[in-house]
Design a protein around this ligand. Structure first.
Ligand SMILES: Cc1cc2nc3c(=O)[nH]c(=O)nc-3n(C[C@H](O)[C@H](O)[C@H](O)COP(=O)(O)OP(=O)(O)OC[C@H]3O[C@@H](n4cnc5c(N)ncnc54)[C@H](O)[C@@H]3O)c2cc1C
Length: 282
């Protein structure tokens, strides 16, 4: 009898364990699709597993202690994976906290202006990482401590079902010409919703087309290419960046043309210097 109970308890733990791993994987994949490439998804999967490991190790301890350990683990993961330059040998510092608070304040803004797939920008990665961590930890607690696999489904479902709406259609009248509503479509469920309004403003031009240079040229927040002060020079000699790919302040044709002119002059100077060197070498 005891053996049967032991076996069924083991089976239950195995099922709950597999369910937690599935939560980690599905949450990481769901949030990972927001970002370019597979790297961010793998990082999110790693933090999901780390969160589950901490939850498992402290499963029989006090919930408050387990939660504190989870928060410490989350801080280390955020420091290592989102703001590595602010840590002290991997340990989060006051700079990590400041960077995280600054990034947290920008989550809404970047979610609004960035169209997926987005580069793994710190504010979005912070939100994704904290979401996966919390979902896995909550799911583990509900599955093992509360013994309810069904309740454990709630955190990942809430995470996966986050709003993902695109403009499907603009509804209006032809005489007189005017807008009466916007039809929005949820990209996850396909469900449409009609939102009454009297005007629609399509905001474009907020995302520099720099994916091509990802991993090759240094970029700052928002995917803008970093150039030297008062110059269009990038970190790679002979490569210059000008216009909307580097200017996140003015984003104007007139400044783009000016920067383009600077880049042309700097490129000419670089080529002239190299021509002299190659002539001298001959
Ligand atoms: C709605 C709107 C209104 C604006 N109004 C004004 C205004 O009134 N006054 C003003 O001064 N500025 C205005 N601007 C800003 C202005 O249009 C831009 O600042 C300017 O066009 C930027 O020039 P650029 O050469 O840097 O980039 P772009 O003009 O965007 O040129 C980039 C080029 O690269 C091409 N490209 C992209 N990816 C690739 C690739 N992988 N391979 C090859 N080619 C690629 C694109 O097709 C494009 O032709 C406005 C912008 C918008 C969106």
């Amino acid at each position: 009898m005891a053996r049967t109970q032991g076996t069924s308890a083991r089976t239950q733990r195995l099922i709950a364990g597999v369910a937690t791993v599935l939560v980690a994987a599905s949450a990481a994949i769901a949030l990972g699709r927001v970002f370019q490439g597979n790297g961010p998804t793998l990082r999110l999967l790693a933090v999901g597993i780390a969160s589950a490991v901490i939850a498992t190790v402290l499963e029989r301890r006090d919930l408050v202690l387990a939660t504190i350990a989870s928060v410490v683990g989350l801080s280390i993961a955020v420091g290592l994976l989102v703001f590595p330059e602010t840590t002290w040998f991997g340990v989060p510092t006051a700079d990590t906290l400041r960077a995280a608070l600054d990034a947290a304040a920008r989550v809404g803004e970047q979610a609004r202006v960035q169209v997926a797939p987005s580069p793994p920008l710190a504010p979005l990665m912070l939100a994704g990482l904290a979401g996966v961590w919390a979902a896995v930890f909550a799911a583990h607690s509900l599955a093992f401590r509360a013994g309810s696999p069904l309740l454990a489904l709630l955190p990942p479902v809430a995470l996966v079902g986050f709003a993902d709406s695109v403009l499907e259609d603009v509804v209006g009248t032809s005489d007189p010409k005017g807008v009466t509503a916007a039809r929005l479509r949820d990209v996850n469920t396909g469900a449409t919703e009609t939102v009454p309004c009297e005007g629609i403003f399509i905001a474009i031009g907020h995302k520099p087309a720099t994916v091509l240079f990802q991993g090759q040229l240094e970029m700052r927040r928002g995917g803008y290419i970093v150039t030297a002060p008062n110059s269009t020079a990038t970190a790679i000699p002979g490569v210059y960046a000008a216009g909307d790919v580097t200017d996140d302040v003015f984003r104007q044709a007139v400044t783009a043309a000016g920067l383009g002119c600077m880049a042309a002059l700097e490129a000419e100077k670089y080529l002239a210097g190299h021509a002299v060197v190659s002539e001298a070498a001959e």
